[in-house]
Design a binder for this molecule. Sequence first.
Ligand code: ACO
Length: 471
Amino acid sequence: MHDALTSIRNIILETAEKARLETQSEPVPEKPAASQWPIDCKVGPGLEGAIACESQVGYVNGAKGWLVYRGYDIFDLAANATFEEVAYLLLHGKLPNAAELSEYKRRLFDDMHLNDTLRMLMGFPVEEMSVMGALRLGTNLMRQEFTDMDKAAGRPKTVNAICADEDSIAMECQPTGGKRAIYEFKIKNQGDRKKTARRSDRYFEKQSAMEACYHLIAGVSTIIGAVSRIHQGRMPLEPDPSLSHAGNLLYMITGKPPTPVEERIMDIALILHADHGMNASTFASLVVASTLSDIYFSVGSGIAALSGPLHGGANEAAMKNIREIGSKEKVASWVAEKLSKKAKISGFGHRVYKVYDPRAKVLGPLAQFLIHDNPKNQKRYEVAKSLEKTMLASPLALEKNIFPNVDFYSGLVYSCLGLEDELFTPLFAASRVAGWTARVFEYIQKNRIFRPRALYTGDFNKKYVPADQRE
Ligand code: ACO
């Protein structure tokens, strides 16, 4: 097992060296001087080129293929760090020392216990909802449970009227009915959590805001695990204190403790997805936070933005394409047909990277490493490799710098871990919630509401006509 973990680390280190050589002719960027607002920049459609804010959380350089979290190169972190260290790094701006890491892990583990939130969630038709839909709802219910933001003073607490135990249906429960529900979790930690309930009036107090960040990073994984279990027709599981965050994410989905290799691969996938500049979901989170809404709603909007197929939803769509193609012999004709229709091929292209996405550079070889133990996925990997080769030889790569992005190989990696397609985008969220919260936490310290303009291209001087006189 030790050898396998060493091999994984070596794969990343070799990939890092190849990536470095490929773009070494590009100039190394200089640290920018402190900015003077207003900043002149050229803005294209979709806010291309616009600078929304200053940040020290992370950096992407599309020409060099760099992804940097708080000054650390993504390859270095993927090879050596854990997700817990990376989440702490993003939030606090420094890697934790041993004591800080141990305390952070304890907090994260405690925060994974969302008994009341899950009880409320199970009052909804979660079994019929997409995992992303249920996740968005779930973070809203975390807000309901752990803050008083939705609670008018003095109003009786009615949320427990909805429960999902076998003996009652939602509307028949007494207000305390939730307590009768039978679940697979213990009651411990509930008391502790209540004591630290987050209050809206403390939201902008730093410690309270940081607590909410921890809480969301932990809770998103728990909700994904619970919804996945419900989709399997099983009950949610409590996290296991002997496992890492990545290990618990896998365990709460599959019900089996992961092997060290599975745990490490999941850990690396979480590290790779944790932050990525001013991407659509991060921007959505910041826009919501900038209105002095709150961090639970911010993360909810990040989840919504991530779900689209042009963003995080591309990993599921990429796997669908690989399945649809079926065999490597069919790749060329499939690509030719898509390109003749000007279709976008999921898992390729990026607004920022004009070279191969460094995250895909790691995930591709990891997928290859995993398929050795997984013959079922070997054929899919062959299709993916052939699709990549065909795309790289097409005018898209040669003329428009369209390369595989993070979403191209991640689905294959998750499939090799035995995870269903519907979990691919939620797993992205389980990681990116670290970036969303870190950037929201940073932004609200010097908040200014986002309010760009639109170019009005409509008419003026029209006169109101009563409905019965309109054509
Ligand atoms: N397949 C085919 N053509 C593409 C692709 C693609 N995947 N990506 C870009 N192009 C083409 C466009 O058609 C366009 O061609 P044109 O100049 O003839 O009009 C040109 O390349 C530029 O593409 P835009 O869509 O303008 O690039 P933009 O920066 O707006 O979009 C995006 C980036 C959304 C990622 C795009 O490349 C895409 O749709 N890719 C597929 C979906 C995907 O994989 N998304 C995940 C991105 S990574 C992430 O969000 C985590």
